[in-house]
Design a protein around this ligand. Structure first.
Ligand code: AMP
Length: 444
C-alpha cells in the first residue's frame, strides 16, 4: 500500500513540526494521522481511542496550531482551549504534552486538579492562560468562585469520556457544557462507545468526524492469541521453539527492558536466528538500521521495548511474541496489533511467568476476553502459582497482582467476571507514568 504518512505531510506549522521532531517522532500514529487534518479544518470530532494510541498529541497539536494562528492578548481567567479529563494523572500528562509540543510557541497552559491547594491555580488563571487542562470537580469549584470563565473557549476536549462517566462525573461534565460558548470546536475521546457516550456526544458535537483506532475487541478478532504459562528460565527455550514452529514471516518479540532486548538478540544470534534489538538506548540511526533490516526481511526477528515499538508499522509481521507480559494492559493490545495488519491474519503468543500472572487478569479485563491458554506443551507449567512481580519499575503497582491464571488448564474458560466497567485504573502504554503534579503553568 502507500508509504507511511509523515508528520511533515500534516500541514503543521514549523514550530510544532520542530517540537515533534525534537521528540524523535517522524510518523504520526494512526489516530494522529486521521485526527490532525480533520481538526486543523476546524471540524468537531469523536475519537474512539484508548490511552496509548497517541491521542493526546492528536488533539494537542491542532489546538496549539489554532491558538498560535490567533495570538491575541490573553484575557485573565479566560482560556481559549479547555481540556476536561477525569484524573489528575491524565491531566498532568496532557499538560506535559502541551509543554512538549508547544515549546517553540508562546502559548501558556495550566493544569488544574483537586486535592492540592487552589491558590497557585487561581493566581495562574488570573495571569491568563491559553490552554486549560482540568479535572471536572476543581474546574467547577473555581468557576463557581469566579476564578475561571469559559466565554473565550474556542476549543473544548472531553477526554476519556467513558471513564468520566464511570467515575460519576456526568453531571459535572454537563454543567461545563452548559456554560461553554456555542461557537466552538468540540472533541470527544473515549476508549469505548456505549450508548450513554454516544448520547452525550450527540448532545454537544456538531456533525463530528468519527475516528476509531485499534479497538481492543476487533483487534483480537483477527489475531489468534496463545498464552503459555512458563517458568522464567524456560522462556528462551520456548522462544526458539515457537520461532521454529512459525518458520515464516517476520516476528516481533516484546520485552519490558532495554537490556533484556539485547540479551535475547545475543542469544538468538547464537542459535543462528537473525535478530536485532530496537530500544530507547539506541541512536536514531541504529534504530532505523535495525528497522530497515527488519522491513526488508534480512532480520527476521526484531526484539523491541514498548517505547521503541511505538510508530513501527511493518507489514508482514505474522507473529508477535510477548516474551514478557506488559505491566500495562493497553500495551498488550498495542503489541498484538502489530500483527494482522492490512487484513492479514496474525498470531500473538504470550509467555507468562509466575510473577506476571496478575498482569494477565488486567489484560483480560481490558480486552474483555479470556486469553486462550496452551496446556499441551512440554515447557508449560500447569500448576504455576502467582508470585510477586519482578521490580515494578519504580512507578508503583497499578495492577491487582496475584490470583491470575486460575483457569490456565481450561484452555481459556471465561473467568466469570462481568464485562462491565472493563477498563482498569490509570494505564499507560508508552511512558512511565509520573506522579501527580501540582497545578502548573508554563510561561513562555
Ligand atoms: P497517548 O495515547 O497520547 O497517551 O500517547 C502514548 C505515548 O505515545 C506517549 O508516550 C507519547 O509520547 C507517545 N507518542 C505519541 N505520538 C507518537 C508518535 N507519533 N510516535 C511515537 N510515539 C508517540
Amino acid at each position: 500500500m502507500s508509504s507511511p504518512i509523515l508528520f511533515s505531510d500534516l500541514q503543521l506549522i514549523d514550530p510544532i513540526q520542530r517540537a515533534v521532531s525534537d521528540k524523535g517522532y517522524t510518523e504520526p500514529s494512526p489516530i494522529q494521522a486521521r485526527c490532525i487534518p480533520t481538526l486543523l479544518e476546524g471540524r468537531d470530532l469523536i475519537g474512539c481511542a484508548q490511552t496509548g494510541t497517541g491521542k493526546t498529541a492528536a488533539f494537542a497539536l491542532p489546538i496549539l496550531q489554532h491558538l498560535a494562528a490567533d495570538q491575541r492578548p490573553r484575557t485573565p481567567k479566560s482560556p481559549r482551549a479547555l481540556i476536561l479529563t477525569p484524573t489528575r494523572e491524565l491531566a498532568a500528562q496532557i499538560g506535559d504534552n502541551f509543554a512538549t509540543y508547544g515549546k517553540h510557541l508562546k502559548l501558556r497552559h495550566l493544569v488544574i486538579f483537586g486535592g492540592v491547594g487552589q491558590n497557585p491555580q487561581v493566581t495562574a488563571l488570573r495571569q491568563g492562560v491559553d490552554i486549560l487542562v482540568a479535572t471536572p470537580g476543581r474546574l467547577l469549584d473555581l468557576k463557581q468562585q469566579g476564578a475561571v470563565r469559559f466565554d473565550q473557549v474556542q476549543i473544548f476536549v472531553l477526554d476519556e469520556a467513558d471513564r468520566m462517566l464511570d467515575m460519576g462525573f456526568v453531571h459535572d461534565v454537563k454543567k461545563v457544557l452548559a456554560v461553554l460558548p456555542p461557537k466552538r470546536q468540540s472533541l470527544l475521546f473515549s476508549a469505548t462507545m456505549p450508548p450513554a457516550i454516544a448520547q452525550l456526544a450527540q448532545s454537544f458535537l456538531n456533525n463530528p468526524a468519527k475516528v476509531e483506532v485499534t479497538p481492543a475487541a476487533t483487534t483480537a478478532e483477527r489475531i489468534s492469541q496463545e498464552l503459555y504459562y512458563v517458568r522464567k528460565d524456560d522462556k528462551r527455550e520456548l522462544l526458539v521453539d515457537r520461532l521454529k514452529a512459525h518458520p515464516k514471516g517476520l516476528v516481533l518479540v516484546f520485552v519490558r527492558m532495554k537490556h533484556g532486548a539485547n540479551r535475547i538478540v545475543e542469544f538468538l544470534d547464537k542459535q543462528g536466528i537473525r535478530a536485532a534489538a530496537i530500544h530507547g538506548n539506541k541512536s536514531q540511526t541504529a534504530r532505523e538500521r535495525a528497522l530497515e533490516g527488519f522491513r526488508n526481511g534480512t532480520t527476521r526477528v526484531l526484539v523491541a521495548t514498548d517505547i521503541a515499538a511505538r510508530g513501527i508499522d511493518v507489514k508482514g509481521v505474522s507473529l508477535v511474541i510477548n516474551y514478557e507480559i506488559p505491566n500495562e494492559a493497553e500495551s498488550y493490545v498495542h503489541r498484538i496489533g502489530r500483527t494482522a495488519r492490512a487484513g492479514a491474519d496474525g498470531v500473538a503468543i504470550s509467555f507468562c511467568d509466575s510473577g506476571e500472572m496478575g498482569y494477565i487478569k488486567t489484560i483480560e479485563k481490558l480486552t474483555r476476553s479470556t486469553l486462550p491458554v496452551i496446556a499441551d506443551h512440554p515447557l508449560v507449567q500447569t500448576d504455576m502459582q502467582p508470585t510477586a512481580p519482578e521490580k515494578p519499575g519504580g512507578g508503583g503497582r497499578r495492577f491487582g497482582g496475584g490470583g491470575g491464571g486460575q483457569n490456565r488448564r481450561s484452555g481459556g474458560r471465561p473467568q466469570g467476571k462481568s464485562a462491565s466497567g472493563g477498563r482498569s485504573g490509570n494505564q499507560r502504554s508508552f511512558k512511565t507514568q509520573r506522579g501527580p503534579r501540582q497545578g502548573r503553568s508554563s510561561h513562555r
